[in-house]
Design a binder for this molecule. Sequence first.
Ligand SMILES: *Cc1c(COP(=O)(O)O)cnc(C)c1O
Length: 466
Amino acid sequence: MQYVSSRGSAQALNFEDVTLAGLASDGGLYLPESWPLFSSQEIAALAGLSYVETAVRVMMPFVAGSLSEAELRDLCTQAYGRFSHQAVTPLVQLDHRHWLLELFHGPTLAFKDVALQLLGLLFEKFLSNSDRHLTIVGATSGDTGSAAIDAVAGRDKIDIFMLHPDGRVSDVQRRQMTTVRAPNVYNIAVDGSFDDAQALVKRMFNDREFSSRFSLSAVNSINWARLMAQVVYYFYAAVRLGAPDRPVAFSVPTGNFGDVFAGYVAAKMGLPVARLIVATNVNDILHRALSQGDYSQGKVTATATPSMDIQVSSNFERLLFDLGGRDGKAMAAQMHGFEATRAMRLSNAQREGAAKLFSSARIDADDMSIAMRWANDAAGQVIDPHSAVGLAAARASDLDPAIPMVTLATAHPAKFPDAVERSTGVRPPLPARISNLFDREERYAKLPATMEAVSAYIAERATPRD
Ligand SMILES: *Cc1c(COP(=O)(O)O)cnc(C)c1O
């Protein structure tokens, strides 16, 4: 499989190179040059397969040419063997039509483990074929940082430097990063906001000399391999609810449009997806874009769902490119316009194309809280605030009730105990595997939010290219 950039001018790459590259050199995002199509028989044949076998079938067309089926199976077995549930992503029934797809049984309790556990292994595998070394640098507001650190801790030829805003992530989130003991893991608390940390990371990537000296690499959801790994659970869930004979709808708590874009890919591959609901909190750029064609950046408001407090959704570009007839030149012009003015209109083709599959909803704090209480009352399920945003949107949908409605449960409630307790009166305990999190020793550096301080810290510890 070859991958093309959404902005049309970067070179096409194979799966191995697209995994290591992250962003395309023209500033675009990589997509497969065409969507592999599964027949009804092929989808029906997924019934009864384990998660790992489903993953091998669904991902094989995307990795062809870079991994053999046996290699892919070996990586999936390792990655998903670390989940605490045999089904990896189990379905839980809430009432006659609503289901939860629990994506939080990985090591760091958020759905990001599903993709990052595999990505860590892919990095190691592809680096083992070369003498390259990678330096992962990222900024996190919580979940990505711990999932990425867990995925690469102790791996050869990779160092990871993760910046978080000092005092502005939850204690559970910080400890999940800072108590990891591995010689290649460096946590940095910067004296500033998440935006300050993110801006520092961007400047390091834009510093070509620094970036190439240390082979900087990114682990955020612009990386195609992350999206690919997320396509699997749409198939896994839909087949269990009757696909290919019965269509299934999904409601997805959305920030950077990565998780829900994976649902779009599944639909493109032939899975009968009746609808994809894009559920946002009050940071609603995607809801405005899908309902009115208005993609304009607002101010970020802090909410009980910090992983969705985003006002620019990187992966939306992938959808617009695919819906707009894959015209890289036009996409580059549209995105440059957005970058200059922080606003753009969707074209008619983009709006009409999106409306065939997507709907959207903006969920405020009250509706989120009501959904959390309903899940507890109706089915004894204590759910996290992000999942509750998805469930609120699912329950507000006017879709035919004969179609099963699956809400993606993106985090374990114990990651956000205060918000859960405020809404339900229940304080969710940490799962046994990390119940000693608060006894473990933390290790991290505290640095001022300046380029000089952070780049000097990294340069002293990272492995330069020789
Ligand atoms: C990252 C995250 C999201 C948003 O996912 P996107 O792929 O960015 O849309 C939702 N919920 C939780 C718990 C997350 O960690």
